[in-house]
Design a protein around this ligand. Structure first.
Ligand code: AMP
Ligand code: MG
Length: 314
């Protein structure tokens, strides 16, 4: 039996304990509606350095900073013509805005993109926002996994990644969305850098001129091709498992066996996103050698699901 003594329930006392750790440049894993985040005080170089080293994350891959409100984003970033409109429609929620940092901002330069931009999100999770307020600082929080692993969607997944290397993991429910936030660059002509639950189409409806990132340049370093890997080979658009492997099914199949796993029998793409990382982790833990995945419709959040699966399979 694992000893989960560093997983805490979200009582007032524990939220205060968490903010104390964060004020002292420590690290805590927190639930969000997308995936669990590895949080540290965004003003603290020490905290940011710890996040990079715990995650073994390449220094050139900047972090997302989490704020508790639009007002607090505006304190650290320059005026932007799109932000308020998008914020009103989608935030707090699974969307991250890339903005220009103010020169006088105290946010650690270590977490920024070299071009002076910063990725900002206000998460929907109310405990997360409460901790931001208690800490009196925005929190840098990339996904709480070792770089290139599958992101965690439960407190136990975080424990599987880091064990006791982090003092404090806040327990929340299974993350509702289940995949990482949509990242939209609002500096210059808006561009979706990473697809997510909120689609390019929905963003386009709110502001015109949004285009898919067609530039060859890696604007979001997290778009590196190999990413989100469950640690065993993944094959896309399959109808049956490989020998010794598992099959992950969207919809139903006539195949039977312990190695058949379901993403959504009712073909709900939201359910599929919510279960994707959970199932990838589960199959790996059960020691199957490969994961074959059936075809998933490339629409709505399906675009983001296929994006992650493509990277998992490369
Ligand atoms: P994660 O924190 O693991 O969810 O990943 C954050 C994603 O946002 C990665 O793909 C980063 O490369 C991307 N990102 C963070 N900051 C910026 C920025 N300033 N400009 C462009 N992409 C960014
Ligand atoms: Mg990540």
């Amino acid at each position: 039996m694992k000893n989960y003594s560093n997983i805490f329930s979200p009582t007032d006392k524990n939220l205060k304990k968490c903010s104390k750790i964060l004020k002292n440049h420590g690290i805590a894993a927190l639930p969000t509606e997308t995936v669990y985040g590895l949080a540290g005080n965004a003003y603290s170089n020490r905290a940011v350095t710890k996040i990079y080293s715990l995650k073994k994350r390449p220094k050139k891959n900047p972090l997302i900073v989490h704020f508790d409100s639009l007002q607090s984003i505006l304190k650290d970033t320059e005026q932007n013509p799109y932000l308020q409109k998008l914020y009103r429609k989608f935030s707090p929620g699974p969307i991250t805005y890339v903005l220009k940092l103010k020169k006088k901002s105290k946010i650690s330069k270590k977490l920024m993109n070299k071009n002076g931009t910063i990725a900002c999100r206000v998460p929907a999770n109310t405990y997360f926002r409460k901790i931001i307020r208690l800490t009196h600082a925005p929190l840098a929080a990339p996904s709480a996994n070792i770089s290139n692993h599958v992101s965690p969607t439960s407190s136990k997944d975080v424990f599987d990644e880091f064990g006791k290397k982090i003092k404090f993991i806040l327990d929340g429910k299974q993350s509702k969305v289940g995949i990482e936030s949509t990242v939209v660059n609002l500096v210059g002509r808006p561009k979706v850098l990473r697809p997510g639950k909120i689609t390019k189409h929905e963003i386009q409806k709110v502001i015109k001129h949004v285009t898919k990132n067609i530039s060859k340049e890696i604007l979001s370093p997290g778009q590196l091709k190999k990413h989100y890997s469950p640690g065993i080979p993944v094959f896309l658009n399959q109808q049956k498992p490989k020998p010794g492997g598992a099959l992950l099914v969207f919809g139903k199949t006539k195949l039977k066996g312990k190695n058949i796993f379901y993403l959504s029998k009712s073909k709900s793409l939201d359910e599929c996103a919510k279960k994707l990382y959970l199932k990838l982790r589960q199959i790996k833990k059960l020691k199957y050698k490969t994961i074959s995945v059936t075809k998933i419709p490339n629409q709505g959040i399906g675009i983001a699901i296929n994006d992650r699966l493509k990277r998992a399979s490369s």
